[in-house]
Ligand binder design. Structure first.
Ligand code: ADP
Ligand code: MG
Length: 676
């Protein structure tokens, strides 16, 4: 007897080659196999020959009228028999399926699925349909190494042994409330539905289960946070006010609102896990600065993590300047991956004895030898660039600071409950005053001269510009070459200005000094690959020329455009492209139409089609095997409500109805600690 836990190679016919192919598509155990679901069903609906078009596929049901004859030609074979369908005799033939003959007796009723040839009144059989049976043929995602048919066959083999043994993770009370199938029936009906309604119900039940488990994890993480009795940060409110007054601008009311929410969390003796969401240029950095400073005034340390060295560098400089100008004397350091050993050692020493107040860096901060004296807050900038794991990692290192994650990822509102379900969210929904709307234009390559003329005039007026060349996935060398060529040609076109060239192959020191020169206007035009995509802040830069703009995704274009429009100058983005696809054209049009990140995100989703969650990957939205967090949003919301309701009952994990769920979660969640 086969069981769910068995390795997949227990099945007859699974040798080393098939085993590899199955592993390749994520099937290791019998349980994995029966949870490998069809992505669509082929309708094998029964028809009459008179209703069937020539060349159409259909199922004919009838009485076998002549005995099956099998003819062999070497390795090939043909099996023929007559089938009386209503009053018409159909000549059925199967190629290379001689076993079909075993079940054909004259006078017997059979159903055959095949391709109809009207002129010959013949059906080329594809498969015999069991009479009991299903009119839907499930189609499985297959690979080059293993066919959908083989997968189907293996599932049939396995299911006959394990049917009835799969436990439901969704508690019975919920299944009843929402009329969902138990796990056994779900699986059975996904693989062997008798009609489309049955398949749909199975799909709905499985999607709910996926969402519910996902939401349970989030809620348990949240609960663990709330139960974690950190210390309340006793910050110096007076000093914070002083700092605010020293800023060169007044905070927007949106900034003030989110600062209040963050400080509120920091003050309480619970663990903060908050996401700060705000479109590009909305001013998240200064909000982070206040949260960081709050911790420092309480005598503790804080850290800020950025996804690139350029950005980390920029944050370190900006923070230092901000504090200095406000007359605040604290020590801010930058930890980079390329530091000299001795320098690094000294820095880590100063960190662990508490001399450093704020440490800024990239994920290099997550190395185990980076030890704080007393860490009170970790800010994660552009958090969508880090895996969810990094958040977990910050905790695993033994420290459990408050976490403030920041993102500008224009994630559609419909997805945020999925992406950030375990975090509290603060939103900056307003740009600083005095910003002028960025004007965006699209032009063709042949119009580049007019763009350069425009650039010249703007440079003459004192503006600075970015010229972005695309990252060529296949070859870093090629994209550097591309940027290089642009750089050379601009040097000729704009002899009166200094042009800089920034790309991924430069050392950190080279990048650092280029950015510094651009910031202080020694360089007027910065030619760059997408290394400047996120976070870079040079308010005087007001023109962005994006070459081959159709090679970028919409989210990326929006991030890039966010590098301008940061100061009081009228800013421009010029998209240079000769798009070859409708999708490419539509992306450029969307950029011209709006600068609102949320609108763009929604548009992006529509353009991709909501079934395609490819694009959501980079925004941190997890993928589900069956459920679609966009199409099934309502269900996700219900799953969230129910998960919240369940864990709010203190003894939920003691109740019989929830035992399978408890077992499953404690087995699969590293952070499932609250039970002990
Ligand atoms: P993002 O949210 O994209 O990280 P930044 O924090 O880099 O945005 O801020 C963008 C620019 O706006 C910076 O130059 C910053 O100094 C400036 N800024 C932030 N807040 C305000 C404000 N309230 N008024 C005017 N300028 C501001
Ligand atoms: Mg930023």
């Amino acid at each position: 007897m086969i069981t769910l836990e068995d390795n997949i190679n227990i099945l007859p016919g699974v040798g080393p080659k098939r085993l590899d192919a199955l592993h390749e598509i994520g099937i290791f155990t019998i349980e994995d196999l029966v949870n490998y679901f069809p992505f669509r069903y082929q309708d094998l609906g029964e028809k009459l020959p008179s209703e069937t078009l020539d060349g159409e596929k259909a199922t004919f049901k009838g009485i076998v009228s002549t005995p099956a004859v099998v003819t062999h030609f070497g390795k090939r074979s043909q099996t023929r028999f007559g089938l009386m369908v209503e009053h018409e005799n159909i000549r059925v033939s199967f190629f290379n399926q001689p076993w079909v003959a075993n079940n054909i007796d004259v006078g017997q009723e059979v159903a055959v699925y095949g391709t109809y040839d009207a002129a010959k009144a013949a059906l080329t059989g594809i498969k015999m349909i069991s009479m009991a049976s299903n009119e839907l043929d499930p189609i499985y995602p297959a690979s080059k190494q293993i066919s959908a048919k083989t997968i189907r066959h293996l599932i049939e083999l396995a299911w006959s042994d394990v049917r009835g043994t799969v436990g439901s993770l969704v508690p019975k009370s919920l299944r009843q409330k929402y009329r969902l199938l138990d796990r056994n029936t779900q699986i059975e009906n996904m693989h062997f539905p008798t009609d489309m309604d049955q398949a749909k119900l199975a799909r709905r039940s499985i999607a709910f289960e996926e969402f519910f488990i996902f939401q349970m994890r989030l809620q348990l993480l949240k609960l663990a946070d709330k139960n974690f009795h950190g210390e309340g940060i006793r910050y110096d409110a007076q000093a914070l006010r002083q700092f605010e007054l020293g800023l060169p601008f007044a905070l927007t009311s949106a900034q003030q609102k989110v600062i209040a929410e963050i400080l509120q969390d920091q003050k309480r003796p619970i663990h903060m896990n908050r996401l700060l969401q705000g479109d590009v240029g909305s001013g998240k950095t200064v909000v982070a600065a206040i949260a960081l400073y709050a911790v420092v005034t309480a005598g503790m340390q804080a850290t800020m993590m950025a996804p690139t060295e350029i950005l980390a560098q920029q944050h370190a400089v900006n923070l230092a300047t901000m504090f200095e100008k406000a007359g605040v004397n604290i020590r801010i350091e930058l930890l980079t991956s390329g530091m000299k050993v001795a320098v690094r050692r000294q820095l880590l020493e100063d960190l662990s004895d508490g001399t450093i107040d704020i440490l800024v860096g990239t994920h290099a901060l997550l190395q185990p030898d980076v030890m704080f004296h007393h860490l009170g807050l970790a800010v994660i900038d552009e958090q969508h660039r880090f895996g969810v794991n990094q958040r977990a990692k910050l905790r695993e290192n033994g420290v459990n600071p408050d976490i403030l994650a920041m993102t500008a990822t224009p994630i559609p509102r419909t997805l945020s409950i999925t992406a950030y379900g375990e975090m509290d969210v603060s939103i900056i929904d307003q740009l600083p005053n005095g910003r002028k709307q960025i004007q965006t234009r699209k032009i063709r390559h042949q119009q580049i001269d007019s763009a350069i003329a425009f650039l010249k005039q703007q440079l003459f007026d004192g503006a600075q510009a970015y010229v972005v060349t695309p990252l060529i996935e296949e070859s870093e060398a090629l994209d550097v070459q591309n940027a290089q060529a642009m750089y050379e040609s601009l040097k000729l076109e704009l002899p009166n200005y200094t042009i800089g060239l920034l790309h991924g192959r430069l050392t950190n020191d080279e990048k650092k000094s280029l950015m510094a020169e651009f910031k202080n206007n020694t360089i007027q035009v910065l030619v760059a690959t997408t290394v400047i995509e996120v976070g870079v802040d040079v308010p005087n830069a007001s023109i962005m020329l994006i070459m081959d703009a159709d090679r970028f995704g919409l989210a990326q274009l929006h991030q890039l455009r966010g590098r301008v429009g940061r100061g009081s100058r009228q800013s421009y983005t010029i998209l240079v492209a000769d798009p070859k696809t409708d999708y490419g054209r539509a992306r450029l049009d969307a950029m011209v139409e709006t600068t609102d990140g949320f609108v763009l995100a929604q548009k992006d989703l529509e353009l991709r089609g909501s079934g395609d969650i490819l694009g959501t990957k980079q925004s941190g939205v997890p993928e589900f095997a069956v459920g679609d967090p966009i199409k099934d949003l309502k269900m996700m919301e219900i799953a969230q409500q129910e998960a919240i309701a369940l864990v709010s009952n203190k003894s939920w994990d003691k109740e019989d109805d929830n035992q399978l769920l408890v077992d499953y979660l404690s087995k699969t969640m590293a952070h499932y600690r609250h039970l002990d």
